[in-house]
Write a new protein. Structure first.
Length: 304
């Protein structure tokens, strides 16, 4: 095929993993995860790793950038870009096809466009100056920078402050060069209409709670990961932690988390539309299309 990289993207709960794994088998490939939270060990149900799906007909499909850091660590997009390049080169050196799977738009763009990123050091004094700001105020500060790398990460105060810290540093320091490999990606998106997507998100949330998502958070805290660190990761870990420590009732947790995931999925789709406006050609597939038809469509696109 003409492409040397396949990318499967979409909002949460659209079936990305299943399609990516089947495509990896079809094209003799290996998966590279582009999910900002599947990085962490022990954070499984809340991040939707679905590792069982990486085995087809008894054969495991190799994957990369999953379970590579301890929960509590603050992995960032700079590290992801470095790790992505290593994984890409490792897979291609074996004459295999890298298949990127994920919904973290910033990670996808960092991988696909080779932005020159830098490791931004912490500036505690500057962070302290922002502690009394509201999320709205922090958002306004973040958007004041001309070239914002990530203006969607405003779910918690810590994340917003870190994003501002990065933009402030970038504004006053030259970006480092990165020896980036040439890539010819084929981007495949999976899409459901809004109401269907919302129903799928709600159903999956109920299933994961039944499967032990609360117990997963309890185990992480028992292992020594602080409640504040878990809340930093947002979404499931934010609201489940607040429930576990007694700040929310179960019903409050479920309702707040359901709304937050719906909002997150909307932000994901907004990011993908921004990628398209910036020149990324995403071939969207109807989520209801049978898996075999999705695979056939990708095969057709791969030889165009």
């Amino acid at each position: 095929m003409q492409n040397n990289l396949l990318v499967v993207l979409g909002a949460t709960a659209t079936g990305k993993t299943s399609l990516a794994v089947h495509l990896a088998k079809e094209f003799n490939g290996e998966i590279i995860s582009a999910d900002s939270r599947q990085i962490y060990r022990g954070m499984d149900l809340g991040t939707g790793k679905d590792l069982d799906e990486y085995v087809l007909d008894g054969t495991p499909i190799p994957y990369h950038l999953i379970d590579i850091a301890d929960a509590g660590y603050k992995y960032n997009v700079y590290e992801f870009q470095q790790d992505f390049v290593k994984a890409f080169e490792l897979i291609t050196a074996k004459k295999k096809m890298p298949v990127v799977c994920g919904g973290t738009g910033m990670y996808l763009e960092a991988a696909l466009k080779g932005y020159k990123l830098i490791a931004v050091p912490k500036d505690q004094a500057f962070r302290d100056e922002l502690l009394d700001k509201s999320l709205d105020e922090l958002g306004a500060i973040l958007r004041s920078y001309k070239k914002v790398h990530n203006n969607s990460d405003l779910e918690t105060q810590k994340r917003a402050i870190r994003a501002i810290e990065i933009e402030r540093y970038c504004a006053s320091h030259p970006e480092i060069e990165i020896d980036y490999p040439e890539m010819n990606p084929l981007l495949i998106g999976i899409k459901f209409d809004r109401e269907v997507r919302r129903a799928r998100i709600t159903q999956r949330l109920k299933e994961r709670l039944k499967s032990g998502m609360v117990e997963e958070v309890e185990a992480l805290i028992k292992s020594g990961v602080s409640a504040d660190d878990l809340i930093y990761y947002g979404l499931e870990y934010k609201f489940l932690t607040q429930y576990v420590v007694g700040d929310l009732t179960y019903d409050e947790m479920f309702t707040s988390l359901e709304v937050a995931i719906h909002q997150f999925a909307k932000r994901q789709m907004t990011w993908f539309r921004k990628m398209e406006r910036s020149g990324s050609n995403i071939h969207w597939l109807d989520g209801f299309m049978p898996l075999e038809e999705k695979i056939q469509k990708v095969k057709e696109l791969a030889v165009i």
